[in-house]
Design a protein around this ligand. Structure first.
Ligand code: C2E
Ligand code: CA
Ligand code: CA
Length: 747
């Protein structure tokens, strides 16, 4: 039967038609051909068909023929040749139904669903079952006699068109599948960075291209020449720095991106494309991708769908990113915040590099005063200035974060995170609002190598080290040690205890008389705070006062001391001790408090204490800070009529001119120098100088801590007018004081 296919019908096919000039006969071994397989056991059919179709070009693509002379051979060929567009298939070959068997194999086993199949039979009466045609997606069924040359021509053309459409539809379906999968994959990426790099990768995958491209963002605004910011770059573009502006040297790239952003649509070039990825509230996104050849319509349509999908995803990512930014980044400086730093410390603790990692907290000295004095706006500029410098100097190698207020966190390689490097960053002044501002900082550090724990603990310990460093000295640093940790727990315990003590009135004031050295008569007293716990033991002020300062409780406590002392002064005056003065210690924290002056005036008014008989003692270390601010404050205090004594004098380094500007009324020679008087080493030299200084400046002088008569007589000989110490009297309660004053001839 197979031989029947070589009937005269076939010959007719080629005789009816006018000959067509053959052009480019023979297979063109390029990709851009339509491959047609001829399956027929008659060699003449092969040659006749190739001859008939030899000059057929469909959409500028010629045909290329693949020949199989049996169904078996066709099977073998089809196992590897998957890009056959059309099969011209003889029905009867090895078996009666060899052709139909082959169709079944193609569709069901090889799962080639795109290839178009044209059945040819030499028998006009033979037709396959309708079912078979439908089930096996047979494109056409023709008897060989029907297939004149023109008919063959049109049939193959139609089949190829149909093949192309099916391929397109399938490609779209695959593309859409790919888009759906891409979107799902992209949604799993949280950050904008990951997402945008993902977009490039997925778009390239969709086009079956390598990923060479960039994603850019442009802020909304009136200026058409707004800069583009790169947020992702891949492949040959990966050297472009992220975030950098103007780093797109390649004008072609910038141009195509700008066009996409300007026209809000995709731009398809011959070697690159720009995808408009949509816009968020205040910025537009676009991606540029290199392509090997101009994209066909299907790819373009797929990309449109892809981009619409991405725009939605991008919106979500931006939303999440914004939320994340709020949770993890400081809105002012854009640096990671405390929460984020804690995570980064956790990461560092979980890697081997912990051995070499140090965490530092760097705190600007006197920031709150500057903030109060110059306003929050200026304070913000200052913080931005510091953040910018830290980021510029350290940011490339280390994590720089703002953990709160005026405290910055620096995390990274121990060699780089060292106090010298960190504090040196503050050596040159900051230019803020066109003013040169000189800042200093204090650092608390933790070596993660010595550390067992989590990020939160490391951060707490760095805080402890920082607070310690702050208490000890300004512009200094401390590394955290275990003993600090114990100490801080003790401090916390004491802080709670102090709060209860204050509420339960376990705190009270005692008075230590001050005497005139020449007459040995009392002239006044210093109010000193005492804490007697419920079990009857005393906590020394040197221990609890720093805690009261540290916790801020000193503000309330100090006010109570002042009030008590003033009431006591009024009481003593009413008892006839009219020339008696009362000295009250004021700590630095109280002094810095913005309402200090108000509080002082209020207490004086409420107690009715004569201001001229009240003296405030400030330590020399306070006196040395911020001269201008202090001088102004002191002059306001003095306007109330209260006088000022400089406590512990000689331990600091006040300059003479500064002392004069302070307008203090009295100097208190520190106990240490009084003790020295009778020792061999330095003797009385410092006490002598202070007494001399007081005399020159017209200031009164009190020697503190006079314990024996020799000290007293030397001081008297040196011209020191006043003294205070165990030699004369210990600090005493109000009742003791009254009788002591009476016994010792006070006036
Ligand atoms: P300070 O102001 O230098 O007070 C003098 C300290 O020397 C007092 O210690 C006093 O009891 C002690 N002292 C007096 N005479 C002698 C002596 O002859 N020999 C010796 N060895 N010590 C003598 P105190 O009461 O323990 O106070 C210690 C520090 O606590 C004070 O030093 C002061 O800085 C602070 N302080 C005490 N009360 C208050 C207060 O109400 N407010 C503030 N801010 N600080 C206070
Ligand atoms: Ca004092
Ligand atoms: Ca003192």
């Amino acid at each position: 039967m197979s031989k029947a296919s070589t009937s005269s019908d076939d010959d007719l096919v080629f005789l009816d038609e006018s000959p067509v000039t053959p052009s480019g006969i023979g297979a063109r071994h390029t990709k851009d051909v339509w491959r047609v397989m001829i399956v027929d056991d008659d060699a003449d059919v092969h040659s006749a068909t190739t001859f008939a179709l030899s000059n057929l070009d469909i959409q500028q693509r010629p045909l290329e023929f693949v020949h199989a002379y049996s169904a078996g051979e066709a099977r073998e060929l089809l196992a590897t040749e998957t890009d056959i567009a059309v099969i011209l298939l003889d029905v009867v070959m090895e078996q009666e139904d060899a052709g139909l068997q082959l169709v079944r194999h193609i569709r069901e086993v090889l799962k080639l669903c795109e290839v178009r199949i044209i059945l040819r039979t030499g028998q006009p009466g033979y037709a396959p079952e309708i079912d078979a045609i439908r089930d096996f997606d047979i494109n056409d069924y023709k008897t060989k006699s029907e297939l004149t040359r023109i008919k063959l021509y049109t049939t193959v053309t139609a089949a190829i068109r149909s093949y192309e459409q099916i391929c397109a539809i399938n490609a779209s379906r695959r593309g859409l599948d790919c888009i759906v999968r891409a979107s799902t994959e992209l949604m799993a990426l949280h950050g904008l960075d990951d997402f945008t790099s993902g977009v490039l990768a997925q778009a390239a995958k969709l086009l079956n291209q390598e990923t060479n491209g960039v994603v850019c963002v442009q802020e909304h605004g009136a200026d058409l020449n707004r800069e583009l910011f790169i947020i992702a770059a891949a492949g040959t573009y990966s050297s472009l720095t992220k975030g950098a502006t103007g780093s797109i040297r390649d004008a072609r790239v910038a141009d195509v991106l700008k066009r996409a952003l300007g026209q809000r649509r995709n731009i398809y070039g011959t070697d690159s494309i720009a995808l408009y990825l949509g816009s968020s509230a205040n910025r537009d996104f676009a991606a540029m991708l290199d392509v090997r050849s101009p994209l066909n319509e299907i790819d373009q349509r797929l990309l449109e769908v892809f981009c619409r999908n991405i725009a939605v995803g991008l919106d979500n990512v931006l939303l999440v990113t914004r939320l994340e930014n709020q949770a993890f980044y400081d809105p002012l400086t854009k640096l990671p915040n405390r929460t984020r730093l804690r995570e980064l410390i956790d990461d560092a603790l979980n890697t081997a590099s912990r051995r070499d990692t140090t965490l530092a907290l760097v705190d600007i000295d006197h920031f709150s005063e500057t903030n109060d004095a110059l306003g929050h706006q200026f304070g913000d500029l200052l913080l931005l200035g510091v953040a910018a410098r830290l980021q510029a100097q350290l940011g490339s190698q280390l994590v720089v974060s703002r953990v709160g207020g005026d405290t910055f966190g620096v995390l990274g390689e121990a060699a780089l995170v060292n106090p010298g490097v960190l504090l040196d960053l503050f050596a040159s002044p900051f230019n803020i609002d066109s003013q040169e501002i000189q800042l200093s900082a204090t650092a608390g550090l933790v070596r993660l190598s010595e550390y067992e724990g989590i990020g939160a603990d490391a951060l707490k310990d760095a805080d402890i080290a920082l607070k310690r460093a702050k208490l000890m000295q300004r512009a200094g640093h401390l590394f955290f040690t275990r003993s600090m940790g114990v100490d801080i727990r003790e401090r916390v315990r004491m802080m709670h205890a102090l709060r209860t003590a204050f509420d339960d009135k376990e705190l009270f004031v005692v008075y230590q008389p001050q005497i005139d050295l020449a007459t040995r008569r009392p002239v006044g007293a210093e109010a000193l705070l005492r804490w007697k716990t419920r079990d009857g033991s005393f906590v020394p002020p040197d221990r609890f006062i720093p805690i009261a300062e540290f916790s801020g409780m000193i503000i309330e406590i100090g006010e109570q001391v002042l009030r008590q002392a003033c009431l006591e002064l009024v009481r003593l005056q009413s008892l006839g001790f009219s020339e008696f003065t009362m000295s009250v210690n004021v700590s630095q924290v109280q002094f810095r408090h913005p309402l200090f002056l108000n509080m002082l005036r209020q207490v004086l008014k409420e107690t009715g204490a004569p201001a001229s008989r009240v003296e405030l003692e400030i330590t020399e270390s306070i006196a040395m800070e911020e001269p201008d601010v202090l001088i102004e404050l002191l002059s306001q205090i003095k306007q109330t009529g209260v006088s000022i004594a400089i406590d512990d004098f000689g331990t600091g380094f006040s300059s003479l001119s500064y002392l004069q500007r302070l307008q203090a009324d009295r100097l208190k020679i520190d106990r240490g120098f009084v003790t020295e008087i009778t020792s061999a080493s330095r003797g009385s030299s410092i006490a002598e100088m202070v007494i001399q200084l007081g005399r020159n400046l017209g200031m009164s002088v009190v020697a503190e801590g006079v314990e024996d008569e020799r000290q007293a007589s030397i001081l008297e000989a040196l011209g020191c007018p006043l003294a205070q110490g165990y030699l004369f009297a210990r600090p005493m309660t109000v009742d003791q004081l009254t009788s002591w004053l009476k016994d010792n001839g006070a006036r």
